[in-house]
Design a protein. Structure first.
Length: 278
């Protein structure tokens, strides 16, 4: 939480007391093997949303490989889920071809990739952004996803992969609002990439979509550990659980969503809709 938000919280507490506690009520679809035959790479899969997606996808019959920079965490997460794992630094574009080759080998022919790895450095505003912060977020959130997807498509062509090939991106609710900071800018660019790729590659059997969650409980945001999902400094008024978003991601990778392509599904209860009567 930034200094500004902390001050706002203190003022709100003095004026109104403790905020009402928010608890999520999640309805899970009973596992029915809707991802049978899917062989999925998930970047940033060792924790948070990536971990929740890997767990859900595995339960739905997929063969899953998680990737990330923390090998210790990856190994522990993979053992808990019962999936495969590989080291990957999404800022190291030169390693992508060998990574995709090895992942393809371990999965027995990859046909889905989830570009989930991302970082936000939570700058207070435009004038607080350093060049290092800017480059780090663009390299991770946009450049990495761009070139890893490129390698995935090249591998699919090389393998002459039959059937539907799915590419899923993790965007953000900030992508559909105005933002002058790098995180929001990278996610807005991802949305454009999703739709551009979907249009270009639909006739080759690719389905390319994105989930765009509200602020989700994770190590990155450091929230929700006490079960209280109240978040007073965002239009949504609450944090979201990774398991909620994983259900939507699972649907987008399943054959049940075959008519969806180039879509960005915003997972925040519609609270960023710009109604004229607000």
């Amino acid at each position: 939480m930034s200094v500004v938000n902390k001050l706002k919280y203190m003022v709100s507490f003095l004026l109104h007391g403790n905020p009402k506690k928010t608890i999520a009520n999640i309805s899970y679809l009973h596992p029915n093997h809707q991802l049978q035959g899917k062989k999925i790479i998930i970047t940033g899969g060792g924790r948070g949303l990536g971990f929740a997606m890997a767990k859900k996808f595995k339960a739905e019959g997929a063969v899953v490989l998680i990737a990330g920079r923390n090998e210790g965490r990856l190994k522990a997460s993979a053992e808990e889920i019962g999936c495969k794992y590989l080291y990957l630094d999404v800022q190291n574009v030169d390693s992508f071809k060998s990574f995709i080759d090895e992942a393809d080998k371990q999965l027995g022919g990859v046909n889905c990739i989830v570009n989930n790895a991302g970082i936000s450095l939570h700058e207070n505003g435009f004038l607080d952004v350093s060049l290092k912060q800017f480059d780090s977020q663009f390299d991770t959130n946009l450049k990495g996803a761009f070139f890893l997807t490129q390698c995935f498509i090249n591998k699919s062509r090389e393998n002459k992969t039959e059937g539907t090939k799915n590419i899923l991106f993790t965007s953000s609710e900030t992508s559909i609002t105005v933002d002058e900071r790098p995180y929001g800018l990278t996610k807005a660019a991802l949305n454009s990439l999703v739709q551009g790729l979907a249009y270009r590659y639909v006739n080759e059997g690719y389905r390319i979509n994105a989930v765009a969650p509200g602020v989700t409980v994770s190590d990155m945001v450091g929230a929700g550990t006490d079960g209280n999902l109240t978040y007073n400094y965002n239009i949504t008024d609450r944090y979201y659980l990774p398991e909620e978003v994983a259900e939507v991601a699972c649907f987008l990778l399943s054959d049940a969503s075959n008519c969806l392509n180039g879509q960005i599904l915003v997972c925040n209860e519609g609270k960023t809709l710009n109604a004229r009567w607000k």
